[in-house]
Write a protein that binds this ligand. Structure first.
Ligand SMILES: [Zn+2]
Length: 222
């Protein structure tokens, strides 16, 4: 299948399937049963959307960049950010720094256009998705009472000591949900994760697409 056809299909994937996909990449995934995982996914989507509504009420519907600036964030444009495993697109650093890897963002925008997948992506600006996504991470890292930062699961027990860990996937799901609500999108911005994988190479992009569509198929047949 062409990359264009893949994205047309990815656009129809359910929120739950994207959540399952996010969990499949989390090291704690095998410690969690399916019912628990579904609950985590639903509550993370709710958490992100709720925070976005709260922020819009407080700052107005100004768009991610202006909102970030009004919240005291410093947006720093960087070049580079290419590792063997993946390209970097954005990063949040305490207390208020959001780095944007502008070369990678620009290259990705060209790729989306050249390979005709931009229409499947509703013309959404990648830069805005990244700013929104990182903005959520800034909120969850400063508010320890937030759902995604408060959930901990026991990883191992030893001599009466229990080591507990947070769950990375929760923050990723909530950050995407936050971006969708903040930007009033109809698509699930998780789809951009796959765009970024295609930037590294087509084989990996195709493999990720296959895996996500399998999660979606599993949801539908249940
Ligand atoms: Zn993230």
């Amino acid at each position: 299948m062409s990359i264009k056809a893949n994205f047309a299909k990815l656009k129809t994937v359910s929120d739950m399937a994207w959540g399952q996909y996010a969990f499949s990449r989390d090291v704690v995934n095998n410690k969690i049963d399916d019912a628990q995982r579904r609950e985590f996914i639903r509550r993370s989507y709710d958490c992100g959307a709720e925070e976005a509504r709260r922020i819009k009420e407080e700052y107005g519907d100004l768009g991610p960049e202006m909102i970030a600036e009004n919240m005291g964030m410093k947006l720093i444009e960087k070049t580079g950010g290419d590792t063997k495993e993946r390209f970097m697109f954005g990063q949040f650093n305490m207390p208020n720094k959001i780095s944007l890897y502008v070369d990678n963002i620009r290259k990705t925008e060209h790729m989306m256009f050249d390979r005709e997948i931009d229409r499947s992506l509703d013309g959404v600006r990648l830069r805005d998705v990244i700013i929104s996504h990182e903005l959520f991470h800034s909120i969850e890292l400063t508010d320890k009472t937030l759902y995604t930062s408060s959930v901990k699961i026991p990883l191992w027990r030893f001599l009466g000591y229990t080591h507990k860990s947070g769950i990375y996937a929760l923050g990723e799901i909530a950050a995407m949900s936050f971006a969708r609500e903040l930007m009033d999108l109809t698509l699930n911005p998780f789809i951009f994760d796959v765009v970024l994988i295609y930037m590294k190479n087509d084989d990996r992009g195709n493999a990720a697409t296959k895996k996500i569509l399998a999660f979606d198929h599993k949801q539908l047949s249940e």
